[in-house]
Design a protein around this ligand. Structure first.
Ligand SMILES: Nc1ncnc2c1ncn2[C@@H]1O[C@H](COP(=O)(O)OP(=O)(O)O)[C@@H](O)[C@H]1O
Ligand SMILES: [Mg+2]
Length: 252
């Protein structure tokens, strides 16, 4: 199961000590069921702000975000968060809990049947390629960065959400581990049908993982499209320069 996500003139201004910062200018975007879309742009361009509007970690100043046509503010907040998996850079795992406990934490807090939780946790460990006998009882500090991100992905899938949000999920990994996790992400996408949004500043990553990319700059959407469209039909000179700058290493 997966959902559509629609941004309508979604705008965010943050109050600061010296006036308001416009983090997002009024984003219009429709994401199809099961699509993977990457928000791309330099630091401070508004990617995280746009992402967090979906699970209501950020409330828009104006405009709206809806899931399957229903504005996110009309959902029960707990139910909304349960239906959206969330993966952040460096995992965000609880250091004092084991891998299994991290994955099953919310279900445990909800007092779900411990046997059901154990089975689901084991199934998720298999899915992200962490053999349970080796990993289930380790603490996060006993894992590599890549393994921590796998646990974080497993945790995001725990309630079988329809949407997965990932904020620079592979940003802190070395290039080899990153590549491995990219390939596994693509395999996983073939098995679990979720609408997925990935925030990244790595255009090669966006092109590899995303069906489409949304390029943001200073809170403005500059271009939305496929890799082919970005390369062959750049919206303007900014896009041309952005693509060229990211291709110079031969990575795009
Ligand atoms: N809580 C906040 N308070 C004030 N300004 C913020 C806050 N969060 C983000 N910003 C500002 O909003 C802009 C966009 O930030 P963000 O969405 O985090 O960008 P990105 O994820 O692309 O790096 C930046 O100028 C940032 O400084
Ligand atoms: Mg960010």
């Amino acid at each position: 199961m997966s959902s559509t996500i629609t941004f309508e003139k979604a705008r965010k201004e943050y109050p600061t000590g010296n006036g308001n910062v416009v983090a997002l200018e009024g984003l219009d975007l429709h994401i199809e069921k099961g699509e993977t879309v990457c928000f791309i742009g330099t630091s401070g361009s508004g990617k995280t702000t746009a992402l967090k509007m979906i699970n209501r970690l950020v409330e828009p100043t104006a405009g709206s975000v809806s899931i399957d046509g229903k504005t996110v503010t009309d959902f029960d907040l707990i139910k909304l968060r349960r239906s959206i998996g969330y993966v952040i850079q460096r995992g965000g795992l609880f250091p004092h809990l084991t891998v299994s406990e991290n994955i099953g934490l919310l279900a445990t807090l909800e007092k779900r049947d411990p046997n059901v939780i154990r089975n689901k946790t084991e199934e998720l460990l298999d899915l992200v390629n962490l053999p349970r006998e080796q990993f289930a009882n380790r603490r996060p500090r006993e894992l590599s960065g890549g393994q921590q991100q796998r646990v974080s992905i497993a945790r995001a899938l725990a309630f079988d959400p329809e949407i997965i949000l990932m904020d620079e999920p592979f940003g802190a990994l070395d290039p080899i581990t990153k590549n491995e996790l990219h390939d596994e992400f693509l395999k996983l996408k073939g098995v679990v049908d979720k609408t997925t949004i990935i925030v990244t500043h790595d255009l090669a990553e966006a092109f590899k993982l995303g069906d489409r990319a949304v390029l943001l700059n200073d809170g403005r959407e500059i271009q939305t499209g496929t890799k082919d469209e970005f390369i062959n039909k750049p919206a303007n000179e900014f896009v041309e320069r952005f693509v060229a700058a990211h291709s110079s290493g031969g990575s795009v």
